[in-house]
Design a protein around this ligand. Structure first.
Ligand code: NAI
Ligand code: MG
Length: 356
């Protein structure tokens, strides 16, 4: 199989972790007989410095022509005080919107070897393997009108939670499809006791659910979901929710695993390339020191192989290699106990390739 991959390293530790991920993909290609071709492009702060915009047209073009996109991270203190559209994150938002990446997949797997990295008790975490699907291109973060204005009662602000039925339907459909590949249990999270947008969400879930009789659909209010994720996370298999609820719940669920350095993500559309990136940011405090944990990016690569290229076996090979490396006690600094020996970014990359 020949695939074109756009690589957007970005800022901070982004280039360090994507470089190892590219090496890993090359190793997968060698072992399984595939050719991965890489095209590198700028996004975020580095793009701002070079071109004055966080998402240059050329980068968007390269992404559009690729089969999948691998992104490191964007941002850093240098650009933190710029105006909205001149901030690195604006590049990411624009990319997601331009490619209609409406479904954000955030898996949380608690690796048995890392069960002590979490602040929760090991018995609560046993067997946790869940997937949160967050709607990514609609809702409160994009709705109009927005902004502030002077009124007779002083300053007032507005944000708008807006969804079309079609936007709700496509992400729910994606969630049912993914639940079908998992344990066939989908929890749809909303706030239907208060919000009209949530009531349409729930009606739509019930309607689409009839087409997936093999998937068990359950509704849960978002405040309850927030509690259940901490109380008994093992009850969840696949979860789907709107943009802002998903933003918050996916970060909450991320902490079950205890380490930002272990969390991958995928953002998918109906046609066109998927975007794969670690959940963490550019980690300016450790950038350039070969200390970053590349495993979140490796797990993102595994998602790319699975969801964009349908290479299930290759994806599993990466996940297995990571399991083994951790089981054998290898750690990057973020995962190591006080005083314990740890591997650098490049050493961890080498180790995973050797175990593959
Ligand atoms: P961060 O995720 O960059 O770092 C938080 C803490 O976790 C830091 O102590 C960092 O050293 C550590 N950490 C993160 N990833 C790690 C890894 N792979 N290995 C080892 N340690 C790791 O979040 P923070 O500090 O809030 O943001 C830093 C910059 O990143 C900001 O400019 C922010 O806007 C940006 N950011 C970008 C994101 C993206 O590109 N998707 C997501 C989150 C933040
Ligand atoms: Mg967030």
């Amino acid at each position: 199989m020949i695939k074109q991959i756009a690589v957007l390293p970005g800022d901070g530790i982004g280039p360090e972790v994507t470089e190892e991920a590219v090496r890993l993909l090359e190793e997968v290609g060698k072992q399984f007989g595939h050719t991965f071709q890489f095209q590198f492009a700028d996004i975020g702060g580095c793009a701002l410095d070079k071109t004055g915009t966080p998402l240059p047209e050329e980068t968007l073009q390269i992404c559009r022509e690729s089969d999948a996109i691998l992104l490191g991270a964007v941002g850093g203190p240098k650009w933190d005080h710029g105006p909205g559209e001149k901030r690195p994150e604006a590049g990411l938002l624009k990319l997601r919107k331009a490619l209609q990446l409406y479904a954000n997949l955030r898996p949380v797997i608690v690796f048995p070897a890392l069960v002590n990295a979490s602040t929760l008790k090991p018995e609560v975490l046993e067997g946790v393997n869940l997937m949160i699907i967050r709607e990514l291109t609609g809702g409160l973060y994009f709705g109009q009108p927005r902004g502030r204005k002077e009124t007779d009662e002083g300053l007032a602000v507005v944000d708008t939670l807006y969804y079309t039925e079609a936007e709700i339907e496509r992400v729910l459909r994606k969630a049912f499809e993914i639940a079908r590949l998992r344990k066939k249990h989908l929890v749809s999270v909303d706030k239907a006791n208060v919000l009209d947008s949530s009531r349409l969400w729930r009606e739509t879930a019930d309607r689409i659910g009839k087409e997936y009789p093999d998937v068990k659909l359950e509704h849960m209010l978002v405040d309850n979901a927030a509690m259940q994720l901490i109380r008994r996370p093992g009850q969840f298999d696949t979860v789907v929710t709107e943009n802002m609820f998903g933003d918050i719940l996916s970060d909450e669920a991320a902490m079950l695993s205890g380490s930002l350095g272990m969390l991958p993500s995928a953002s998918l559309s109906d046609s066109g390339p998927g975007l794969y990136e670690p959940v963490h940011g550019s980690a300016p405090d450790i950038a350039g020191q070969n200390l970053a944990n590349p495993l979140a990016t490796f797990l993102s690569v595994a998602m790319m192989l699975k969801y964009s290229f349908n290479l299930e076996q290759e994806a599993q090979a990466i996940e297995q290699a990571i399991h083994k490396v951790l089981e054998d006690g290898y750690r990057t600094r973020d995962l190591a106990q006080e005083g314990e020996r740890y591997l650098t970014t490049t050493e961890m990359g080498e180790k995973v390739r050797a175990y593959l």
